[in-house]
Design a protein around this ligand. Structure first.
Ligand code: G3H
Ligand code: ZN
Length: 284
């Protein structure tokens, strides 16, 4: 069943849990995420970056997620992650995405607000939701890169939430995209300050590492209702395949179904682990 962020996140924030937003690029990762959501009876957000769209194609990717989601009872959001322009968001909405993020966080504040308002107005025609970002967040997420993080100012965040009318706000609070950066550290004090003045659900990016499980739980207590996980899935996938080929009995393996299932299962376990940590198990 396909839903938008607005049907999931306000309740999650009010009740103190978060929904995992997992990046996909192909059939196997999508299957792993859906299977985990069904097993955990958890709502789930499946997101694709622009690079994933370039890799798999917009139509194949959205068809894959929408078809798989239609056959299960758990709510699924199909979300554009870090879209760089209104144009990309527009294409995704027209293709059937139920939610989009436009990451205009490198723009001046006023331009960011303008871009988001335009995206929100368009998304409403499809009853879709919109995520904005005020940061930017450090590190590399596919086409989006920032050498340095600019932590979100609470007062700017309040103004941005009011003026942009976005449904969810990604904040820069010390975590970074990709593999762990030396200086990465979740700033819970700042997150608490932001949550005191911003009522809409907050989004934590770069959450694969850089924060302990205890800190992630505290972050959820401070208004975080969507948590993005990509790197942890990629690492699980590649480590599982490396281990598979390292085993003597598999060295001549050649059937893609056998080989890829190893990665699928590893990703599914990671998704389940995060759903438990985020408290979304049983929350549909
Ligand atoms: O937008 C995607 C996420 O923020 C990914 O973060 O690299 O820590 O998994 P990650
Ligand atoms: Zn991100």
């Amino acid at each position: 069943m396909i839903v938008s962020l607005s049907e999931l996140l306000p309740r999650a924030r009010a009740k103190g849990y978060a929904i995992g937003a997992f990046n996909t690029t192909n059939l196997e990762i999508t299957k792993a995420i859906i299977e985990a959501a069904v097993e955990a009876k958890s709502s789930v957000i499946i997101q694709t970056s622009e690079k994933a769209i370039d890799y798999a194609g917009l139509n194949p990717l959205r068809a894959l997620v929408l078809e798989m989601a239609a056959s299960v009872k758990v709510p699924v959001v199909l979300h554009l992650d870090h879209g760089r322009t209104f144009q990309v968001a527009k294409q995704c909405l027209e293709a059937g995405y139920s939610s989009v993020m436009v990451d205009a966080s490198r723009m001046p504040f006023r331009d960011n607000v303008y871009t988001m308002r335009k995206t929100v107005a368009y998304a409403r025609k499809f009853k879709a939701s919109v995520e904005g970002e005020l940061g930017p967040i450090a590190g590399q997420e596919d086409y989006v890169h920032s050498a340095k993080a600019y932590k979100t100012d609470p007062e700017h965040a309040r103004m941005f939430a009011d003026q942009s009318e976005v449904d969810a706000l990604a904040v820069s609070v010390g975590l970074a995209h990709g593999l762990k950066l030396k200086e990465e550290k979740l700033d819970l004090k700042l997150l608490k300050q932001i949550s005191e003045v911003v009522e809409i659900p907050l989004v934590l990016h770069g959450a694969s590492k850089g924060a302990t499980e205890k800190e992630i739980k505290q972050a959820i207590g401070y208004g975080v209702a969507k948590i993005n996980i990509d790197t942890a899935l990629r690492v699980a996938w590649s480590s599982a395949l490396r281990a598979f080929f390292a085993a003597k009995e598999n060295k001549d393996a050649y059937d893609p179904r056998t080989i890829l299932t190893v990665g699928t299962q590893a990703v599914k376990q990671q998704v389940l682990r995060h759903m438990k940590l985020f408290g979304s198990v049983g929350k549909k």
